[in-house]
Design a protein around this ligand. Sequence first.
Ligand SMILES: C[S@@+](CC[C@H](N)C(=O)[O-])C[C@H]1O[C@@H](n2cnc3c(N)ncnc32)[C@H](O)[C@@H]1O
Length: 455
Amino acid sequence: MKQDFLDYISETFEFSEAELQEFEAALSIPLKKTIRVNTNKISIADFQKRALENNWTLTETSLWKNMFYIDRDDTSVALWHTLEHISGYFYVQELAASSSPYYMTDDTVDEGEYTILDMSASPGGKTTQLAEYYPNSLIIANEIDKTRMRQLHENLDRLGAKNSFVTNYDGRFLKNFPETFDKILLDAPCSGEGTAYKSDDALKYWNLKNIKQVAKLQFQLLESAFIALKVWGELVYSTCTLNRIENEEIINKLTDKYWDFFNIISLSDNLDTPLIRAWPHKNKTGWFFVVKLRKNSSFEIEIDTEKLQTHTQGFEKISRKDKKQISGYLKKSFWLKLSGKFYVYRNEVYYTEKNIDFFWEHFFLFKTGIKIGKLENGTFEPNFFLWTNFWVFEKKSIEVDKESINRLLRWEEVAMNNSTSDGHYQVSHNSFLAGMARIKNGKMKSVLESRFMRK
Ligand SMILES: C[S@@+](CC[C@H](N)C(=O)[O-])C[C@H]1O[C@@H](n2cnc3c(N)ncnc32)[C@H](O)[C@@H]1O
């Protein structure tokens, strides 16, 4: 119950009556909408230019370089149906919830080649953030819940996280791969109290019994992550809750068991409180807790070797013939040379630049890199995202007016000058690329998948 929650907070954090009132009032204040510019696809300056053209007001958040408050006068088109969103130029993300990857990276792009695990990844807000800050790293995005996978896949494709791979394990299983990952994010499943700013229901069923139940799982996940972390690797643990049971107490339990094997890395200037807790009434953000640690030595653990079985994948490595066909098409039509690896699932073609031999052998993969198109009767059909993920090619591009762009996004045909030959084209408007479309018999149609279509 909400009152139990308020009593817990006020007792645990020794709130005065005035602060408690301020805190309670803040719970029902809607948060300002924030977005993260995906600098893997567009520079902040270019995005600001585009926003200006659309009459969107972007205001810096003063926390992270690529997080902005966004205000729009005209909201007739939902934010996620805008061309910029569909093209993966930004991700709608709550400010505090975006903070764990920033603390992992110190808000700096790291070109190193690491093996990273995002242990509980859906819908992929933080995985795509990691892909942005570690562009050359291999990222395993793991999610237990198959119903939440589709959104994860879509976000990875849309934002162009081409070195990410999806798995579907209970995170507790991953301890069977000790000292495998250089960096691990455990954005843990939690009691959900931090969603109170979205709905009153979040606190309706708040009780300590539920919280202790979730905390048990959180500790098991954290321990599994800690075992899977390499020596000198870094682990960030976060939740969108404020209570201590799901936060400090989880870290304390790890300390009790492994005190000799890790250090907490301070995230604040105050060394007595090296963690970060974002409060609704102080920070004007959602609630969030982050802590970061570094493993400093090895320890023995017993591995269930049966679990390390070799897997047969649903994906196939592409045949030489198909690879030649796709590479030839991309080179001839778009001057695009892709030198990474191609995989095929049914007739869909996936692409990545990472070598995944170890994971190919030991993990069952649900996604290998990003989807770039499909093979239909032996012919390669590029998808909408190809142009935003590899947008250096300009050979076949065509300039259209704004109305045509809107028609394309609604999946309507645009009549073309009959002399334009059939085939796939990059479409641009006012020198901004605006999608990939196919021209057939003088008519242009977007190749955007119908689920992204603007209603
Ligand atoms: C807080 S959400 C993650 C949000 C995500 N990091 C993002 O930023 O988009 C926690 C996720 O953990 C998943 N989860 C729950 N139990 C799990 C388990 N035992 N192993 C792995 N993932 C789990 C949930 O399905 C949920 O998608």
